[in-house]
Design a protein around this ligand. Structure first.
Ligand SMILES: *Cc1c(COP(=O)(O)O)cnc(C)c1O
Length: 459
């Protein structure tokens, strides 16, 4: 490994780059050492922090996780869309290691440093709407939920209005504000009340179920908001261009442009939450570009820094400049190591043409999913773009979600060494968030395991 600064503390034995990109199951899953660790964990970690698959990971590279029992597991969720450039990407590890040894922390709001500015420059280059003449400006924080919190703060300051509009099936985080913005009360908000007020949850566009055109769905959303909130009371409308936890729901064509136009006419800040869909995953750096919308504010996090905690709030200068000095920030926001990693991620997107890799995955894996659909009638739809793909699972011949079947398929795949993740308000979908470097051979292996898992699960 080419870690520029590694010392004796990093032994060759713990390096990950030589992990074969092949699945290998050598114990039951979870294996004995994972079970041991899980028992220790349960004594000292509360159950509110749940793990989907209690398999303890020792090291990882690109698309393979090696657990403490020596199983090689294919990672098709990438820490939920975080490992877009793959685990332990050499360039990211080298950049972060070098920065770690130079300066780890000063607090940007005390004494600043260049990597923060570099990340803001990269974002200004890629967020639709930002131009070299009028670049968007960026505040950096640590997590997606913090990005949402700050997007809302900034929009309220700029507009002087209180109201927050969100969509059904939305997910925006687990802080007190964001848990009130989510579609699902359980498990995110239940028992943590009182919930935050002035949040309006409008119907979304969900073509498989509502059958509406983009314009009709937008009319429904807007009518709801005008009646329940009043446009002049709304600071912002916050949307995920492709809804993540909601089930990778892609809105009908024309839906998002109609909402953005309505926001513009009514002085409402249009915020694109690209925390999950962003950072090259969908074949463009930000997915909103594919919908022909220029957001007033764009939120990024998950995939931005190759696994280090970082989040960006990037918006039109006029909006971002409305906040007073000292009104924005936080101790760790825009940490230099995370920023250095993010700069490396932006460079990798160009150097390895990762946008083309996302389109390759759509072709290869999306095509394979359509073949699976022909073999398994429970698969009602294959949707998504680039390397953000999902299948929705319904009881054949009905519109009823089959969350129980989804759970069984995910479990069968885990036993075979493939880490999948379900999604959707009714657990009705399986989402795929592979590394953009996942090989065609590994993608084919995952498809074969999916086929077996559907059959084993009785579908
Ligand atoms: C994950 C996610 C968040 C929250 O991000 P955290 O880093 O977990 O706080 C917000 N919005 C979307 C769309 C997400 O997928």
């Amino acid at each position: 490994m080419s870690s520029a600064t590694s010392t004796a503390a990093v032994s060759t034995g713990s390096e990950a780059t030589d992990i074969p990109q092949e699945r290998r199951v050598v114990t039951e899953i979870p294996g004995p050492r994972s079970r041991e660790l899980h028992a220790r964990r349960q004594a000292v970690v509360p159950p509110g922090v749940h793990s989907v698959l209690p398999v303890y990971i020792d090291r990882a590279h690109d698309s393979i996780l090696v657990d403490v029992d020596g199983n090689r597991i294919v990672d098709v969720c990438g820490g939920i869309g975080v490992m877009t450039v793959g685990h332990t990407d050499e360039a990211v590890v080298a950049a972060a290691s070098a920065q770690l040894a130079k300066v780890t922390h000063t607090l940007f709001t005390m004494t600043p440093y260049e990597p923060y500015v570099q990340v803001a420059e990269h974002l200004a280059k890629h967020v639709p709407g930002s131009t070299p003449e009028a670049p968007y400006k960026t505040l950096l924080m640590n997590s997606g939920a913090e990005a949402v919190e700050n997007g809302v703060k900034i929009a309220r300051k700029y507009t002087g209005r209180p109201g927050i509009a969100v969509l059904e099936h939305a997910y925006h985080g687990r802080t007190l504000l964001t848990s009130s913005m989510n579609h699902k009360a359980a498990p995110y908000a239940l028992g943590y009340g009182p919930r935050v007020g002035d949040i309006y949850k409008a119907p979304n566009s969900y073509p498989l179920h509502d059958g509406l055109s983009g314009e009709d769905a937008a009319r429904r959303t807007i009518a709801f908001l005008e009646k329940q909130a009043g446009a002049s009371d709304l600071a912002c409308l916050i949307v995920e261009p492709i809804q993540g936890e909601g089930g990778f729901i892609v809105p009908a064509e024309g839906y998002l442009p109609a909402l953005a136009a309505w926001c513009r006419e009514n002085g409402i800040v249009f915020i694109a939450d690209e925390v999950q869909a962003g950072m090259a995953r969908t074949g463009t750096v930000f997915s909103i570009a594919q919908f022909g919308v220029e957001p007033d504010i764009l939120l990024s996090a998950k995939g931005i820094a190759g696994g280090l905690p970082l989040a960006g709030i990037t918006g039109r200068a006029e909006i971002m400049d409305a906040s007073q000095p000292g009104g924005l920030g936080g101790t760790f926001g825009g940490n230099p190591v995370a920023c250095a990693a993010a700069v490396a991620v932006f460079e990798q997107i160009e150097a390895r043409d990762l946008l083309a890799e996302a389109r390759r995955i759509e072709r290869v894996f999306g095509g394979g999913l359509r073949e699976l659909q022909a073999a398994h009638p429970a698969i009602a739809e294959v949707r998504g773009t680039g390397a953000m793909l999902a299948i929705e699972v319904l009881r054949p011949g009905t519109r009823e979600p089959d969350g129980a079947l989804v759970s069984r398929v995910v479990e069968e795949a885990a036993q075979r060494g493939v880490l999948l993740l379900s999604t959707g308000v009714h657990n009705q979908a399986i989402r795929f968030l592979p590394s953009l470097k996942m090989t065609d051979a590994l993608l084919a292996d995952v498809l074969a395991v999916l086929d077996e898992s559907f059959t084993a699960a009785g579908a």
